[in-house]
Ligand binder design. Structure first.
Ligand SMILES: NC(=O)c1ccc[n+]([C@@H]2O[C@H](COP(=O)([O-])OP(=O)(O)OC[C@H]3O[C@@H](n4cnc5c(N)ncnc54)[C@H](OP(=O)(O)O)[C@@H]3O)[C@@H](O)[C@H]2O)c1
Length: 329
């Protein structure tokens, strides 16, 4: 089978198309014929060895795929050859193996797909959909004013919709271009700010009627995190779940005093440690249902042939994408 392999860390050029033997599932495993492999920003960091986990080389990146069951190991019940499935490799404890024509997964983590849901949409609902869902569960937006950074991206585009769906009073989208902000508005954002403009905090504050947002879901890092903390309403919560920009943000004495006197909190969020087997199934069932009933629109912002994984990474790193990117073998 065809795989996209990297033998060293570096830029997108480290990806090579490599033929590898098609794996044979061990007892309890399923082999999935990949019809769409999700691309996540974290994989660009893994490729450069800037992620929290260092993959062993040579490595095939890719943490989520959707496709059909190709073969099953002994002892697997309830799945059949040909069944359409979502295969969240990350939930089964692996961050690798998705950029390939076939992927192995512990069959207990495979989730059958409703016929009406495309493979591409299914990939978007795994890492990014579940992240948006769990963020709204951990820090509920109901009745609150929320600000979402990287709002037109994979996680951000779903977070806008889930925040509105769960009763946020006002959703403010922050992104870097007018096109991205128009897209965020089309998904239900009430107000939009371009955080590449120097006065973006003042614009966001005005959109909140003078006080800041009650919750800021922040994934950009650096100066955006710092400004977000300055912008936060008294008793507000800054939820930090990513750090795309490598310049540091210092939480020093003035910031800590600010937190104390304004009764604010800074919360970290990571999906993987929160995800149980039951939580995975119920979370995906909820996301599938919301999508099928038209309450959640999944935007596939780019579909690349598997061999062009490097171009998908270039687009993501170049901030040229909206919604979800997928690789199609
Ligand atoms: N904690 C968790 O469990 C978890 C789970 C999933 C994802 N995440 C994090 O959530 C964030 C979004 O992930 P995603 O896969 O949905 O990506 P994405 O939002 O589709 O793409 C990244 C977006 O971030 C913005 N950005 C800001 N500064 C950037 C920079 N220096 N380089 C590139 N992009 C920059 C860009 O939007 P603008 O041009 O509008 O700024 C870009 O389009 C990432 O930080 C990811 O690691 C965390």
């Amino acid at each position: 089978m065809k795989t996209i392999q990297m033998r060293r860390f570096g830029g997108p050029e480290v990806f090579e198309v490599v033929e590898a033997p098609t794996p044979i599932p061990s007892p309890g495993q399923a082999l999935v014929r990949v019809r769409a492999a999700g691309v996540n920003f974290a994989e660009t960091l893994m490729r450069e060895n800037r992620y929290a986990v260092t993959p062993e080389l040579p490595a095939v990146l890719g943490t989520e795929v959707a496709g059909t069951i190709e073969s099953l190991g002994d002892g697997v019940e309830g799945l059949a050859i040909g069944t359409r499935v979502a295969a969240p490799l990350f939930a089964a404890g692996s961050f690798l193996g998705g950029y390939a024509e076939c992927a192995l997964i512990d069959a207990g983590f495979v989730v059958p797909l409703p016929d009406a849901l495309s493979f591409e949409v299914a990939t978007a609902l795994m890492v990014q959909g579940l992240t948006a869902l769990y963020l709204t569960q951990q820090s509920p937006p109901s009745g609150k004013t929320v600000l979402i950074s990287a709002a037109a991206g994979g996680v951000g585009s779903m977070l806008i919709q889930l925040a509105k769906h769960t009763g946020a009073a006002t959703v403010i989208a922050a992104a870097s271009t007018d096109d991205k902000l128009d897209f965020a508005r089309s998904l239900g954002a009430d107000a939009c700010v371009d955080y590449t403009q120097t006065d973006w905090a003042a614009q966001a504050r005005a959109a909140c009627g003078g006080t800041g947002p009650d919750i800021i879901y922040e994934s950009v890092g650096g100066a955006v995190t710092k400004t977000s903390l300055d912008l936060l309403a008294p008793r507000g919560e800054l939820v930090v779940y990513g750090a795309l920009n490598i310049q540091s943000f210092h939480l020093g004495v003035p910031e800590l005093l600010g937190l104390i006197f304004k009764n604010q909190s800074v919360t970290g969020f990571a999906l993987a440690p929160l995800l149980t087997h039951d939580g995975l199934e119920s979370g995906l069932a909820k996301l599938f249902d919301l999508t099928l009933r038209g309450h959640l629109t999944v935007m596939i912002g780019g579909s690349f042939p598997l061999e062009r994984a490097a171009d998908a990474h270039r687009a993501l790193e170049g901030r040229r994408t909206t919604g979800k990117l997928v690789l199609v073998p």
